[in-house]
Write a protein that binds this ligand. Structure first.
Ligand code: ZN
Length: 138
């Protein structure tokens, strides 16, 4: 049986997205596939307060990785309140997997979670595609 957290060999493309850069599907990806691992460097706890990175990912109790490294393609994945991916993983690892069948050209998005909003969007509002659509129709 294939492990749930075995990263598939999927072609992904970094491209222009509504809010900057995003990560896009090149060939269709079936639902449930493990697409990419979110990798980075482990941040010592004492540095957490001073580090200025939007790519911090808490992976467990007192364990945070900084994904702001060139080899971490997953850092281009944007937030959405209507995600097509989820971030999850065993023992200090983060994997991005598909919540639905993804079409070629689709942008990968997952829900960054409440903490992200507290940190970065406390004064602004969510800029994700699905929120923009809702605010326009009001
Ligand atoms: Zn949103």
């Amino acid at each position: 049986m294939k492990n749930k957290y075995t990263v598939g060999n999927f072609e992904l493309r970094v491209g222009k997205s509504g809010t900057g850069k995003g990560l896009f599907v090149v060939k269709p990806i079936p639902k449930g596939s493990c697409i990419i691992e979110y990798v980075g460097v482990l941040v010592p706890e004492k540095n957490l307060e001073t580090i200025n990175s939007k790519y911090l990912f808490e992976i467990g109790k007192n364990k945070t990785i900084n994904g702001n490294v060139p080899y971490n393609k997953a850092r281009y994945i944007n937030h959405s309140c209507k995600p097509n991916c989820e971030a999850d993983g065993p023992r200090g690892q983060v994997f991005i997997s598909a919540l639905k069948n993804l079409k070629a050209g689709e942008e990968l998005v997952y829900d960054y979670g409440e903490e992200y909003f507290d940190e970065y969007l406390s004064k602004g509002r969510c800029e994700c595609q699905s929120c923009k659509k809702t605010s326009k129709s009001k």
